[in-house]
Design a protein around this ligand. Structure first.
Ligand code: LLP
Length: 414
């Protein structure tokens, strides 16, 4: 659905050069067909058992994307009151929302209770008490799952690994039984499930299967005490191909995990983010200046670390392709692809072999997840436009910010 060819780079039936001419650069470009296909792969893999796909909103929270998934029947995994407001604004069903996160405020708890979300994924003993008290104040019972920490090593980047004992996430396995007993005794809580999420960009399916097996053991132990669950939430985390990673097809990645729970009657929840949107989006940027230094060649583009933070933050690799033939047939050189921001960490790619001229367009691939969602206004740079391609049609799904908007909420002293 995103095709790189010598003479044109197309997203579905639309040429990226036409998108740049119409909407300007930089801009994020998404493929509706790719989003739909990624969702369909999960649906097919989970067919035949009770299951719900709760899209992790943090990966990309644009209303158009949420709306596409809502129409496909998705639930949502949120981590803030802001994300809940987005889900509702996009036509998502709050009754299919799970609320994760280690630091939910009382206000966010009230907001989620009023909206009637499906479940709070509670991450600490104190949160259990706060939630019970907050629910009591408004005379509602809060549906809960405990997010348990299975202490498995997901073998991914340390910044996005969450299931080890040393992580701030979840409650330790050993204390889960005691906490479920406590939850059962609290008057304004209703136990609905159990949750676990071990990390992100996971390529090996085994850690997720190991975590599932541990969770099932715990479910059985709790069952023996009469604590039963409507659902088991096994989180997100499936990795995608950025470069040459051996990312498995969705069904193959999920198979070992599904094997662990094949006899269970509880509804399975999954919380995929990256694997639904990552390869359905790219960042389109233009080469502003070529700078040939003594040691390195730099291609300074109009996108920067504030638009796509992953390279600067995690040293993440994103494939970068020239769009179309460009202006020149010059031979290729090795370039540092950098942005205009005043930091040495402002790079989008190192050592890329490309034949470039100023004015050429570049597509930074696999940027649909944690791209726009993590963008900022650093250097007073307006956040970029977002465009959705649907067949041969394009839709502006977020207009470019203006500079005036960036300081509209500020005030100087009288
Ligand atoms: N559920 C929970 C509780 C999570 O914390 C996350 C991601 C997900 C689901 C979705 O995980 P996914 O399927 O996308 O792997 N900014 C980083 C990724 C941070 C992931 C945080 N949690 C990046 O750009 O790689």
């Amino acid at each position: 659905m995103i095709e790189i060819a010598n003479d044109a780079t197309c997203v579905e039936g639309v040429n990226l050069a036409d998108i740049a001419a119409r909407y300007g650069t930089p801009c994020y470009v998404y493929s509706r067909a790719a989003l739909t296909a990624a969702f369909g792969a999960y649906r097919a893999a989970l067919a035949g058992r009770p299951a719900r796909i709760c899209y992790a909103v943090k990966a990309n929270s644009n209303l158009a994307i949420l709306n596409i998934f809502a129409k496909l029947g998705a639930g949502f995994d949120i981590v803030s009151g802001g994300e809940l407001a987005r889900v509702i604004a996009a036509g998502g069903d709050p009754g299919k929302v799970v609320f994760s996160g280690v630091g939910k405020s009382r206000e966010e708890m009230r907001q989620a209770l009023a909206a009637g979300i499906y479940c709070f994924n509670v991450e600490s003993a104190n949160e259990l008490e706060h939630l019970n008290a907050t629910a009591g104040e408004i005379g509602k019972r809060a549906p809960i799952a405990l997010r348990v920490n299975p202490d498995v090593d997901p073998k991914t980047h340390p910044y996005i690994s969450t299931g080890l004992k040393s992580a701030k996430f979840g409650v330790p396995f050993e204390t889960a039984v005691e906490l479920y007993r406590r939850a059962r005794d609290l008057p304004y809580l209703e136990i609905r499930g159990i949750a676990c999420h071990i990390g992100s960009q996971l390529l090996d399916p085994q850690p997720a299967a190991d975590a599932a097996a541990k969770v099932i053991e715990l479910v059985d132990r709790l069952g023996a005490e009469g604590i039963q669950f409507a659902h088991i939430d096994l989180g997100g985390g499936m990795g995608i191909r950025y470069r040459d990673e051996a990312a498995l097809p969705t069904a193959d990645y999920l198979a070992p995990m599904l094997k662990c729970i094949e006899d269970r009657t509880e509804m399975l929840l999954v919380e995929p983010g990256r694997s639904l949107v990552g390869n359905a989006g790219l960042l389109l940027t233009r080469v502003e200046i070529l700078k040939h230094g003594e040691e390195k060649n730099f291609a300074v583009v109009d996108a920067a670390m504030n638009d796509l933070a992953r390279p600067a933050l995690y040293d993440a690799y994103h494939d970068i392709q020239k769009v179309g033939a460009g202006k020149t047939a010059l031979g290729s050189k090795t370039y540092e692809i950098v942005g205009p921001i005043c930091e040495s960490g402002d790079f989008l790619g190192h050592d890329r072999e490309l034949a470039l001229a100023e004015g050429d367009l570049l597509a930074i691939l696999s940027a649909g997840a944690y791209g726009m969602a993590m963008s900022s206004n650093y250097n007073t740079r307006p956040r970029v436009a977002e465009v959705m391609v649907d067949g041969t049609t394009t839709h502006l799904i977020r207009r470019r910010e203006t500079v005036a908007e960036l300081f509209a909420g500020e005030a100087v002293l009288p």
